[in-house]
Write a protein that binds this ligand. Structure first.
Ligand SMILES: Nc1ncnc2c1ncn2[C@@H]1O[C@H](COP(=O)(O)OP(=O)(O)OP(=O)(O)O)[C@@H](O)[C@H]1O
Length: 201
């Protein structure tokens, strides 16, 4: 079985944070200047390395949505007001809360991304998962779309490369790779943003 690794980021797109997969970490550091990232074999070692940064930037450290998330003091003054979901957004969120599968779409600027962030938060609370971040897969059809939701591409998450080959060959690859098999078996909820890409390609 592949050895577990933790990726601690002192400086990255999402601030100081620890990731348990390189794919997710990569999203936070790729293209970001003055990145500080280090790989660890244990969560404790990763926390010890990142702690001095957290002590300087945060007054609270919470475990939940991410392995380690912070509430930076300087963000609070500029933080936008709490979002109150519209009736339609709340209706969709309620369906998710009840365990339903939902597909929502709409014209630009109608609040889909805001709703999606609420859905992700809600699902991560509901399915903390054995690997903490792994029970809720946050994916999108393209790399750019996946960055805006802090996720990864569906292909990357699925571990199927470009998706070339027969279904049997791709599933064989997943089943034959420890970390991919565990990822598929551990997922409780799969989010796919910008699905329209799949309909047009
Ligand atoms: N319930 C809400 N209360 C206040 N502002 C909201 C709410 N929902 C969305 N907004 C605001 O409306 C704007 C557009 O929302 P959002 O980006 O979620 O739309 P979208 O449908 O994802 O757009 P696009 O398709 O262009 O990505 C944003 O500035 C967002 O903060």
């Amino acid at each position: 079985m592949a050895e577990k690794s933790y990726f601690a980021v002192k400086k990255g797109r999402e601030g100081p944070k620890i990731y348990d997969s390189w794919e997710e970490c990569q999203m936070a550091v790729t293209g970001y200047s003055r990145v500080e990232v280090k790989k660890f074999k244990s969560l404790t070692a990763a926390e010890a390395w990142i702690l001095p940064v957290l002590m300087c930037t945060a007054s609270t450290i919470s475990y939940g949505e991410n392995i380690l998330s912070v509430d930076p003091i300087e963000d609070r003054a500029t933080r936008p007001p709490e979002i109150v979901l519209s009736e339609e957004q709340a209706h969709i969120l309620n369906k998710v809360k009840k365990g339903g599968n939902v597909f929502f779409t709409g014209p630009a600027g109608t609040g889909k991304t805001v709703l999606l962030h609420e859905i992700i938060k809600c699902l991560r609370l509901r399915f903390p998962g054995p690997g903490r971040q792994t029970a809720v897969a946050v994916t999108a059809s393209t790399g750019i779309a996946s960055i805006s939701i802090g996720g990864t591409t569906l292909h990357s998450w699925a571990g199927i490369g470009l998706g070339e080959g027969t279904a049997e060959r791709l599933s064989g690859k997943i089943l034959g790779t420890d970390y991919l098999r565990e990822r598929w078996q551990g997922v409780e909820s799969l989010i796919i943003d910008e699905t329209v890409y799949y309909l047009t390609n």
